[in-house]
Design a binder for this molecule. Sequence first.
Ligand code: AMP
Length: 294
Amino acid sequence: MIQILRTIAALRAWRNGLPPDVRLGLVPTMGALHAGHMSLVDLAKARCDTVIASIFVNPLQFGPQEDLARYPRPIESDIAMLEAAGVDALFLPQPEDLYPADASTYVVEEAVSLPLCGALRPGHFRGVATVVLKLFNLTQPHLAFFGQKDAQQCAVIERMVRDLNVPTEIVRGAIVREPDGLALSSRNAYLDASHRAVAPLLHQSLVAARLAYEAGERDAARLAAIGRAVLAREPRIEVQYWEVRDRYSLAPLETVEADGCLLAVAAILGNTRLIDNLCLGTGTPGGLRFANER
Ligand code: AMP
């Protein structure tokens, strides 16, 4: 039976009751769970003795014009999915539990959080880093699992863990996609049929650049132009960025070096903002590998 922990006190009591030598894994989520989230659960189950997931739609990471109020919250089916997957516990706090009304302390990463989504969503990564450190402090996991889907989020959290000496190992899981290439996202539910039909173009733009890379193209601007050209064909897609970046520092690149890089795209389709990315690497034909890839 999955233990549902709705308060900080319940979480602390559960954590204190675990044997001292247990290897605890945490999978933080905002719910509306799909196969991408569940791939992280599977990874956690394989690497840990005990797995806790969290579901918390974190107000601190949403901008005033963003989708906090309409974010999907199918909590009963989420619990059923976690239970079926063999998750041991679920932390399900309310915003007022996690944030005292006069909370005044935040985690601000000042390098990798600045470009890309950080530039378009001011305060977003401050909200993410703050809630993730709070979840780490409360849960004290040995490992925590994050999806490469949110590559910049991974980079920010890895930086935070390194810089603040957090004793948690961060594991990145590969992006899980629909058969047509669209990266799974809770926000895909917002897409109407016509936008859903063109949404796979994001992935196709990344693949087009990868094919050019595999054919020998190493110039970052030309790779970005190839990707942008795929999206330019579809007027319903408003590109926010399409960039070639260092996979870890997220610094812009002029040429794609041997140790790989990140192709990253963000676009608006109707009233939905989608992101996607792909890693290039010279070592393997499909690019760099993640923890759950062979
Ligand atoms: P979210 O609920 O959107 O905050 O996502 C929770 C975790 O699941 C984050 O670490 C995401 O990067 C990860 N995730 C979301 N979508 C996918 C996906 N399609 N494939 C792999 N991981 C994902």
